[in-house]
Design a binder for this molecule. Sequence first.
Ligand SMILES: Cc1ncc(COP(=O)(O)O)c(C=O)c1O
Length: 452
Amino acid sequence: MSSFQTFHETAFPPGPQSQALFERAHAVFPDGTTRITVERDPFPRYIARAKGAYLTDADGKRFLDLNLNFTTLIHGHAFEPIIAAVESQIRNGTCFANPTEAEVELASLLCARVPRLERIRFVNTGTEAVMFAVKAARAFTGRSRIAKIEGAYHGAYDWVEVAQASVPQNWGPPDSPAATPYYRGMPASVLDDVMVLRFNDAARARELLSRHASNIAAVVIDPMPSRAGLIAPEPEFVTALQKTAREHGILIISDEVLNFRQASHGAAARYGIQPDLFALGKIIGGGFPIGAVGGLADVMKVFDGSAGRPLVPQGGTFSANPISMVAGHAAMKALDEITFARLERLGNALRNRLEDAIARANAPFSVTGAASLFRIHPKPRPPREFREAHWNAAEAKVMTEMTRSFAGHGILLPVGAAACLATTMGEVEVDAVAGALEAFLDQNAELVEEIS
Ligand SMILES: Cc1ncc(COP(=O)(O)O)c(C=O)c1O
């Protein structure tokens, strides 16, 4: 067990302060929370403050944060260069109807780093970034349908929500995955306008895309979809998508809202994808709300309003607000090649340690991920796609217990999504995470047996 450990005998449930806040919250929020993604077991852990890799909850307990606001905080919490940049900007105004130098600075940095990111527009969230990328692809091609990956999460724009939460009862046959609705009342026309592909199924993707090419504007692809398993794309799959899309004038939208943290030139370049459009978010805002749609200059022309109303009008009261711009610039500037390389080594070391612990315990788990991202699966072999990563009831129970056990060891591990490292983490944290998995496997042999 590492030197970091702060063993919390009473990590579950979270403490009385969190409970009291949750009770108050029920008077104002429909289920006591204000976003679906808040974990509750049985109620959420409220946070009082955070610094670097660590959070302190409302009851004064300290935790290593492997969630980092859904992978946003690549430098951890309250990173000094971001605080300095934001403090100084706040004194000069927080939002204007006019543009600022700050937006040009951040855009220039991003475009200089990422191949094919020739032009960019800032928005406020990843959802908006994906939405405008889809609109841009439709306007550019004159087609309305999109293709997306089963189980992949792309935010809250209706078309990309299709088949996001498919389950064995409705996901359909392996060779024709169903366009399942995400919410009651989702218009049938939305479902009709989405073709669902299975990740890493090259042959079927090629066939489906070719057959329906004439009305498909774009394939939306997250190079390593986190909720669909945080699984790497196989080269054959990438080639099939790429080639078929090119042949039929279908655009490729790389949704790197989450996976942009994999490399300074981005995730698409890392996996050999050549996008026409990108959706970015999370890390590029340094912990402040942000999104960006970008891509090839001729495609991005759809946003060009210099000669009147553009093909796709895009605005936004807070888009390119200077706080997000300067925070993002400070975050990205601190992420040089050396820092990315260090994160890569740290991630490799952690994934190796987790795999060693699993092998030693001969337990039916596996690990996926890359760079600073990882996911532990209750599966003896790493899944290749969403259906293989899907949990049955026994597996879900084991993963809940694992999360509780981690919290007992002072570590917040996200459930069913990517966990991540920050530049403020090092060997101590890798030891702590590997130690927590070892302890869980040691102490839960009987439970683990149920999924073997
Ligand atoms: C791949 C991907 N796309 C889009 C989004 C939506 O981003 P936001 O929550 O900023 O709207 C997310 C958020 O987690 C994401 O992971």
